[in-house]
Design a protein around this ligand. Structure first.
Ligand code: HEM
Length: 209
């Protein structure tokens, strides 16, 4: 059933979403161009290797579905537009499969993790115009990643939801939820290590509380 998996993903990652949204604080009025560029570089460094890892976990029948959703090229175009290719994306530090990216072994993992990346296009509908206005960007010049699918955002999201619901067997719903949470947490640690560290800190053994 479609609602089962998608509503579990939404409900069980709501706290992760709120934490990441607050930590990024992209809707603030004093957002600076340099901060924005640095954030896009961090996004690129995560999204590019994540896309290769997620694609490798999907069957060939889903490769067109996945490829038309790739966002690393949009981030690369934004960075080129904003920096005039001063710093080529090839030199941007990339997240490490072994430590930073979620482990993706089955379809549940892959769709749970994709849920996070696809869902980000929904927030993008608010972020893209805000960033364009604050930083005085021309249409699609520097905010293409947040523009995402533009006018097709709603239909792409619905198609993602339908394909996820049809592809993930019920026995892998728990895996999907775990992968979505791991993706939110991994992304947060990668994008804002200072904010992530506080919650991620394990209790000190033997500490008096
Ligand atoms: C930083 C600023 C962000 C803001 C202001 C924001 C805002 C929003 C909003 C308003 C929605 C609901 C849109 C709708 O229902 O039409 C949404 C949904 C969502 N966002 Fe964000 N978002 C942000 C960042 C992110 C990031 C970085 C990610 C992940 C990479 C993310 C993942 C999601 C997901 C998965 C959903 C779908 C929730 C559902 O199942 O309905 N968001 N966001």
């Amino acid at each position: 059933m479609q609602s089962d998996l998608l509503s579990r993903l939404k409900n069980e990652t709501a706290a992760c979403h709120a934490r990441l949204e607050n930590a990024l604080d992209l809707m603030r009025d004093d957002l600076q161009r340099d901060e924005y560029i640095a954030l896009l570089e961090r996004f690129y460094g995560y999204v590019a290797p994540w896309e290769d890892a997620a694609a490798a976990c999907l069957p060939a029948t889903l490769s067109v579905f996945f490829d038309e959703r790739r966002k690393a090229p949009l981030l690369a175009a934004d960075l080129a537009a904003l920096t005039g290719e001063r710093r080529p994306v090839g030199s941007v530090p990339q997240a490490d499969m072994r430590y930073d990216l979620p482990r993706l072994h089955n379809l549940g993992d892959a769709f749970g993790s994709m849920y996070v990346m696809e869902g980000s296009t929904l927030g993008g509908r608010f972020i893209a115009p805000h960033v364009a206005q604050r930083l005085d960007l021309g249409q699609g010049l520097g905010n293409a990643y947040f523009e995402g699918y533009g006018a097709r955002t709603g239909s792409m999201w619905n198609a993602f939801r339908e394909t996820a619901a049809a592809s993930v067997p019920a026995a892998q719903h728990d895996d999907a939820v775990k992968a979505a949470i791991a993706t939110f947490e991994g992304l947060q640690s990668w994008l804002c290590p200072e904010a992530a560290g506080v919650d991620a800190m394990p209790p000190v053994p033997g500490a008096v509380t």
